[in-house]
Write a protein of this length. Structure first.
Length: 281
């Protein structure tokens, strides 16, 4: 293939200290106390073929201030941000007001990080009712669950069949430990639900620091693609977390290499066409 297939990055974070504190980043030496703004991201994607992005909520402590700010960045002429995934709290009584406050022409979906709270968070009737409300507004929901919580994620998916879900980071497998089970079965179970897609992202951060390579992550990526099929996988950089063990440029190179023998049609689905359809950008 002589030309570079363009990439829509479905998982691009920004860390902007002007928006407040990002407590979760404090324990990550590569991120702590640093700014990762849109200019830095655009430098990181230079020459990679990434042409458009979907901003993924980055959870500053003042999370309600983030989405309006990102909408402003996305509204700039020629902005690379073509979609916005907002933080949300579906467990809150004011969830509908959250949706109103975060509305914008590029709002594509929502995410609530569930692995930092009790497993029962997503089991509450209110949480599920509010996700159905979001679906009625045309919004997707990214699943951010740890590997051990994937059965809990499956419960949520089955309780909200009208909601379009995207599983983040291949379900957070234990790549460093080399333990594919029971993750492998959990992925098959989630893939059996037609309203779930899988995001090929984040996996380099789960390797040992000196093993962030195509050979290390190949079995995990191939299992996800085999389970979900080429119509339900999307690509994400997870920048700047990808810099923990590697670089965004290396991650692009690794994924392009892993699928280079696939028909161009399949590569286009993974790298941009599925994202356009699933997120409606």
């Amino acid at each position: 293939m002589s030309h570079l297939i363009p990439i829509t990055d479905t998982h691009q974070h920004l860390i902007d200290p002007a928006l407040g504190v990002y407590s979760w980043a404090g324990g990550i030496p590569q991120l702590a106390g640093r700014s990762f703004d849109l200019d830095a991201y655009q430098k990181a994607i230079g020459g990679t073929g990434v042409t458009r992005t979907i901003f993924m909520e980055t959870t500053p402590d003042d999370w309600r201030a983030e989405t309006p700010h990102i909408h402003q960045l996305a509204a700039r002429p020629g902005s690379i941000i073509q979609g916005v995934i907002s933080n949300c709290h579906p467990e809150d009584d004011d969830f509908a007001l959250q949706l109103d406050a975060f509305a914008g022409p590029k709002l594509a979906g929502l995410r609530r990080i569930c692995h930092v709270d009790p497993d029962d968070l997503s089991r509450s009737p209110k949480f599920r009712e509010n996700l159905r409300l979001a679906a009625h507004r045309g919004l997707t929901f990214d699943l951010c669950f740890l590997e051990r919580q994937l059965p809990v994620a499956l419960e949520l998916v089955r309780a909200c069949p009208e909601t379009s879900f995207i599983l983040d980071h291949c379900g957070v497998p234990d790549i460093a430990g080399g333990r594919m089970d029971p993750w492998r079965a959990h992925i098959r179970d989630l893939a059996s639900e037609p309203n779930v897609a899988c995001k090929i992202s984040g996996v380099l951060a789960y390797t040992k620091p000196d093993e962030a390579s195509a050979g290390t992550v190949r079995p995990w990526i191939e299992h996800c693609i085999e389970s979900f099929g080429w119509d339900r996988v999307v690509w994400g950089s997870d920048w700047p977390l990808v810099t923990m063990h590697s670089t965004l440029r290396d991650w692009v190179s690794i994924t392009r290499d892993l699928v280079k023998h696939e028909p161009e049609e399949n590569q286009r689905k993974l790298f941009h066409q599925n994202a356009e359809r699933i997120y409606g950008i």
